[in-house]
Design a binder for this molecule. Structure first.
Ligand code: ZN
Length: 361
């Protein structure tokens, strides 16, 4: 089954089942799995959870998934965090309440990606803070390959499918994602937008709330630079690594090593092929953050055609955007807000952020 056009839900064979502790999604006779806790019972999970899991995994390719469906699951008790172990989700972990259930998606097929960085952090969290991270092995990132796409998450919420499937098991009422300002209030990382007016927010947020799982974006109002500051304040700077290629302190060659691990003081090679490639793109990849770091490190020699941006005021990049607090559900807002307010400064009302556009052409 290989096609670029959207097909209809009714034309597919889609079935969920369980074998021991493996939850299986049978999609047109291709099987995708999640390795759940040993006492997990598929029969005890609300059917809405499987419906939304299907939507997260298949909606870019299959239409009509939600036709005729009426959600009925009620909110549970606890928030959860989709904890990748990278810097942004570690900052989210720092900001979320102590009863947050920490759940990690573990790609369980061999690829360039390694889990060493996450495992190092999770072990530290257990020893230092007594906080367990539940790691759920899965191969669902291979589903996209059926649709001629590279391995990966089908949608942003596919990164939380394991949590959705565990929502009744852990009695959850919300799912937090470590999605920073670079992906919320910045369009393609370089132009200001009103995130609360985007199709993304207006569709995903009510959809998740409709199954009793509020979407929580604790770092939506702070940048990738500010998430690093929070991680450092937790004294996790020497523990965490966003590099997915090599164990701590990272490979030093990839984009994450340049623009995330670099801020933590981990070494990187500015002349590496990947870093040069992304710096050479126009717009630069993850532009605001990358150019903020170029400015911090005086790497302007690497982007000579952008030297005019050197005079721009990037100071807001390490401040928080107060309207982002309005995205938080009422039941969690005050705690997250206080944690951010006590860590970083607010953007002033006349911040250059509000008219930010690095590449107007
Ligand atoms: Zn790396």
């Amino acid at each position: 089954m290989v096609s670029d056009a959207k097909s209809h839900y009714a034309d597919h064979k889609i079935k969920w089942s369980q074998e021991e502790n493996l939850v299986l999604l049978n999609f047109d006779n291709q099987h995708f799995h999640w390795e759940m806790p040993s006492d997990y019972q598929i029969s005890e999970q609300h059917e809405d959870l499987f419906k939304i899991a299907e939507f997260c995994l298949l909606s870019p390719f299959v239409g009509g998934i939600l036709e005729g469906w009426k959600p009925s699951r009620k909110h549970g008790k606890y928030p959860a965090l989709s904890f990748s172990g990278g810097i942004d989700s570690t900052a989210a972990f720092a900001l979320m309440p102590k009863d947050t259930v920490l759940i990690h998606h573990r790609r369980d097929f061999s690829s360039l990606l390694v889990h060493d960085g996450a495992d190092r952090l999770f072990k530290h969290n257990e020893e230092e803070f007594g906080r367990t991270v539940h790691s759920i092995p899965s191969n669902h990132e291979k589903l996209r390959v059926l649709f001629n796409r590279p391995t990966g998450f089908s949608t942003d919420l596919a990164a939380a499918v394991h949590i959705i499937l565990l929502a009744d098991y852990f009695d959850l009422k919300g799912v937090a994602l470590g999605m920073p300002l670079d992906n919320t209030y910045l369009w393609h990382g370089h132009k200001f937008r009103n995130f609360d007016e985007t199709h993304w927010w207006k569709s995903w947020s009510p959809l998740m709330t409709s199954i009793g799982l509020d979407l929580i974006l604790p770092v939506a109002g702070i940048s990738e630079a500010a998430t690093v500051m929070i991680v450092k304040q937790m004294r996790l700077g020497s523990i965490v690594s966003s590099c997915l290629r090599k164990a701590h302190p990272g490979c030093g060659q990839c984009w994450k090593c340049f623009h995330k691990n670099g801020i933590l003081g981990h070494p990187y090679d500015i002349k590496s092929k990947e870093i040069q490639t992304f710096l050479g793109r126009r717009p630069v990849r993850t532009a605001t953050h990358a150019l903020w770091w170029v400015k911090q490190q005086n790497h302007w020699d690497e982007v000579p055609d952008l030297i005019h941006l050197k005079e721009l005021d990037f100071s807001w990049w390490t401040q928080y955007y107060p309207p982002a607090f309005n995205l938080l559900p009422d039941w969690i807002r005050s705690g997250v807000q206080e944690a951010i307010e006590s860590s970083i400064d607010p953007m002033p009302e006349d911040s250059p952020f509000l008219s930010w556009n690095l590449f107007p052409d």
